[in-house]
Design a protein around this ligand. Structure first.
Ligand SMILES: *[C@@H]1O[C@H](CO)[C@@H](O)[C@H](O)[C@H]1NC(C)=O
Ligand SMILES: *[C@@H]1O[C@H](CO)[C@@H](O)[C@H](O)[C@H]1NC(C)=O
Length: 410
């Protein structure tokens, strides 16, 4: 069917009908074709328009299975006769735009799209009508199927103003379809990785550009007393760039800072045991939230994403902070002044249930329990991260000729 050689033949009525239908469908793809079809396939081949019917469209047909090559040809001729496009001669243009993103300098700036989103779209209709709601917030959970009941309850605390993204560390994704919300969620499945591993690879700030706030949460949180919309309005009211909900008293608390208070909406500092805080404006007494349930503003996340270490050129110092240990102490570098822009929301609080999930995913070695191996790795990575941070900071200050004190920490 539909080989180019047949384009000059007399068509039977039912074929004409089919062409009309397919042409309509094709026009929907007009934008896509307008970009990829003429530039990739035809201008590269640089064929005069009279030769057009002799192009072998088999390759393109494979790519757009379901659209006949005849229909593609029809769209192509529509596009060509569209005002302005017929005189388009890419060979004549010499483009080099140094302000374009690295690697994209040959493109005219008007076509450069360096940001995206996680919105699910339809494959038909008018693109601008694809979305009834454009969620302005994103929530991610790193999950295993064992925690499905808890995650189902948690997700229901987030309104339709949230994009939902699940990172599956146990490879089980289709099972989640029993939940209605699962169909509009995004599922990323990679075996046995942790939250920050996924975050570095799948939460690039340019992809998250439309989201005002980003929740990067664990699976073992109890959200009975939590409402996400109200949480966000408090975060806005108090100007928090990095935050977390307060943890209830039965949460197995590590730090005073993250303990929920009954008498306030938000708090930004805490008292620790004697000698734990050299400076009341520094972690763990202020400018500090933990890594199990952080919420970032768009700008703060752009900064934090760059702090997660992944050094392609030197695998020896690759360091993803398996469980994020130590990252919480460094978050203050991504908000200024940190002791005012980082805080804990008391009025919307959660329970940390401390379910050991990935903590148990280590290997038994030398008679040690799996979790010990994971903990060791965490400690090692924390130390590596801290020394890299200190060294990087000193190198910078030295280069700038700025005096520094040796007491810099995380
Ligand atoms: C979603 O966001 C809109 C706009 O900010 C707001 O009016 C609406 O109340 C939100 N939805 C819910 C369920 O809170
Ligand atoms: C270093 O520490 C000293 C004494 O604590 C202080 O006076 C000085 O301002 C500090 N310098 C810098 C660059 O922070």
């Amino acid at each position: 069917m539909g080989t180019p050689m047949r384009s000059g033949m007399i068509r039977r009525p039912n074929e004409t009908m089919r062409l009309i239908v397919t042409t309509f469908i094709s026009i929907v793809f007009g934008f896509f074709l307008g970009v990829s079809f003429p530039t990739i396939s035809l201008t590269k081949m640089n064929l005069p328009s009279t030769l057009l019917p002799s192009i072998d469209l088999g390759y393109i047909e494979d790519k757009y299975s379901g659209l006949s090559s005849q229909a593609l040809l029809n769209v192509w001729s529509l596009i060509r006769h569209h005002k302005g496009l017929s005189s388009y001669e890419p060979e004549d243009t010499k483009i080099w735009v140094s302000t374009n993103p690295q690697g994209a300098q040959r493109l005219p700036p008007g076509i450069v799209a360096s940001e995206s989103d996680l919105y699910l779209r339809r494959l038909y209709g008018i693109p601008s009508e694809d979305l009834i709601i454009k969620p302005r917030y994103l929530v991610t959970f790193t999950v295993g199927y064992e925690q499905k009941e808890n995650i189902d309850k948690a997700v229901k605390k987030f309104s339709e103003n949230f994009s939902i993204l699940l990172f599956h560390y146990d490879g089980r994704t289709t099972e989640w379809d029993e939940f209605e919300w699962s169909k509009r969620a995004i599922h990323v499945s990679v075996l046995k990785q942790t939250k920050w591993w996924y975050a570095k690879r799948f939460l690039h700030p340019d992809i998250l550009a439309p989201y005002d706030y980003i929740f990067i949460w664990d699976e073992d949180l109890g959200l009975e007393d939590f409402d996400a919309e109200r949480y966000i309005s408090l975060v806005k009211k108090h100007g928090l760039e990095i935050s977390q909900p307060g943890l209830s008293a039965n949460s197995g608390l590590t730090w005073q800072m993250t303990r929920k208070r009954d008498d306030s909406e938000v708090h930004k500092e805490a008292e620790e045991r004697d000698g734990w805080c050299t400076d009341p404006h520094l972690p763990p007494c202020a400018a500090f939230v933990e890594i199990m349930a952080p919420v970032f503003s768009r700008n703060a996340w752009r900064c934090v994403w760059h702090m997660i270490q992944l050094t392609r050129l030197n695998p020896d110092i690759q360091n993803d902070l398996v469980h994020g240990w130590g990252l919480d102490f460094a978050l203050r570098r991504c908000a200024e002044p940190a002791h005012e822009k980082i805080g804990v929301v008391d009025a919307q609080w959660i329970v940390h249930q401390t379910v050991p999930s990935l903590g148990n995913q280590g290997n038994s070695e030398n008679g040690k329990a799996p979790w010990e191996g994971v903990r060791e790795r965490c400690q090692k990575e924390w130390a590596t991260f801290q020394s890299r941070m200190t060294l990087a900071e000193r190198a910078y200050l030295k280069e700038k000729g700025i005096e520094y004190n040796t007491s810099t920490n995380g």
